[in-house]
Design a protein around this ligand. Structure first.
Ligand code: NYM
Ligand code: MG
Length: 212
């Protein structure tokens, strides 16, 4: 039977500071969904595989310098270049677990001092997530985890500002998980939230655009 023609996948976004556990949790989520037979893909932004993504990667590695507005728009362009594929995947029944999205774009750039409304503008018209989960960790605790990779932004004082700007952006629909807990204690509530969202989207929840 062709269930995909009338059921869509869910757009699920994980947000949080660097070293909050997003990448580990999203790959564990993929194995879990695979085991349940849920059609799902793991995406991440920045997507460093595209031309725009390579410019971003070089900026993050301090191999190039760009004006703050310019890099902000590149991060946004990197989401726009994936928008139509994203919509196709969702409409054909594939759930997307996305490691960072527009909220990272706005939180990191506004933490540098850019106007928040200016930061949000280029994100308008991208697909709105069905679920945003914020992995909440005190910046000091994330820094203790070590393995800040030495990229731009991976400094405690800046991460403190980013945490503040995430709080400004956050709306009541976000789910918050205490990410300083052991990995399994983060994973368990996350699984419940994700399955619940997948179920709601399957029933035909409308796909919307940002920011709505
Ligand atoms: N970042 C990520 C932004 O500044 N704007 C964005 O739109 C996105 C998606 O890139 N420190 C920042 C947050 C991270 C850095 O991301 C690289 P990651 O998840 O470490 O590859
Ligand atoms: Mg990082």
């Amino acid at each position: 039977n062709n269930r995909n023609s009338d059921s869509r996948g869910a757009l699920i976004v994980l947000e949080g500071l660097d070293r909050s556990g997003k990448s580990s949790q999203s790959s564990r989520m993929m194995s879990y969904l695979e085991g349940l037979g849920v059609s799902a893909e793991l995406w991440r932004f920045p997507d460093r595989s595209t031309c725009v993504g390579q410019m971003i990667s070089s900026y993050l590695a301090n191999k190039s310098d760009l004006d703050d507005h310019t890099i902000h728009l590149l991060f946004s362009a990197n989401r726009w270049e994936k928008r139509s594929l994203m919509e196709t995947k969702l409409r054909t029944g594939t759930t997307l677990i996305v490691d960072r999205y527009s909220y990272s774009g706005v939180a990191f750039s506004s933490a540098k001092g850019l106007d928040i409304e200016w930061c949000k503008a280029p994100e308008m018209g991208l697909l709105a997530p069905d679920l945003v989960v914020y992995l909440n960790i005190p910046p000091e605790k994330a820094a203790e985890r070590g393995g800040y990779g030495g990229e731009r932004y991976e400094q405690l004082d800046f991460q403190r500002k980013v945490a503040h700007h995430y709080q400004v952006l956050r709306d009541p629909s976000w789910k918050i998980i205490d990410a300083s807990l052991p990995i399994e204690d983060v994973e368990k509530p996350l699984r419940d939230m994700v399955l619940d969202c997948v179920k709601t989207c399957k029933k035909g929840k409308t796909l919307l655009n940002l920011w709505s």
